[in-house]
Design a protein around this ligand. Structure first.
Ligand code: GAR
Length: 191
């Protein structure tokens, strides 16, 4: 089976991107995919610097001040020569319109820091913390035309007992995300 070509989309820190890169280099994604591009809608995203240090191709197109369609047309054009099989969203904080989603139908994957059936949008860990949830569920899902409504690929429960600060909730959640996203990707990319 030939390796799938993925583009990872980020908007900031890029810790999930970094975790995926490590698994592609020398872990459970090694025989499964290659990272053709790390892309950001924020030229200053810290994650871009991390990707460069790994020697990966990076690109940024600012989304600020552009309509969704105008921005996405530029991104689609950028992606074309890379022959991307899957777009992997990893902390990409811009909602994608049907224009982009139809171009990569069933080939866009996202990680969401909550159970998408219970909480959609930004702030999944704040939501879990404020509601004093004893546990939360990280969700990896396909992206459809709604916000965090696409078919669920896999979920990972995170125990929040005794996590009495938002920082601790985030720390436990992110640790789970970093391990779990690559596992879920492997599942999709090898099916
Ligand atoms: C992660 O917690 C991710 O699940 C979340 O943003 C963070 C990005 O961190 N994504 C969303 O909330 C998407 N709606 P990272 O840049 O360090 O990977």
């Amino acid at each position: 089976m030939s390796k799938k070509r993925i583009a990872i989309f980020i908007s900031g820190r890029g810790s999930n991107m970094e975790a995926i890169v490590r698994q592609v280099q020398d872990g459970i994604l090694k025989d499964v995919c290659e990272i053709a591009l790390v892309f950001s809608n924020k030229p200053q995203a810290k994650g871009l610097e991390i990707a460069k240090k790994f020697g990966l191709p990076v690109a940024a197109i600012p989304s600020k001040g552009k309509s969704r369609e105008a921005f996405e047309r530029e991104v689609l054009e950028l992606l074309q020569p890379y022959r991307i099989d899957y777009v992997v969203l990893a902390g990409f904080m811009r909602i994608l319109s049907p224009l982009f989603i139809r171009a990569y139908k069933n080939r866009i994957i996202n990680i969401h820091p909550a159970d998408t059936r219970l909480f959609q949008g930004v702030g999944g860990y704040e939501w879990a913390f404020e509601n004093k949830l004893p546990s939360t569920k990280i969700t990896v899902h396909f992206v459809d035309e709604g916000v965090d409504t696409g078919p669920i690929i896999a979920q990972r429960e995170v125990d929040l007992c005794g996590a009495d600060t938002l920082e601790e909730v985030e720390r436990r959640g992110l640790a789970a995300e970093h391990e779990f996203y690559s596992q879920a990707l492997r599942k999709v990319l090898t099916e």
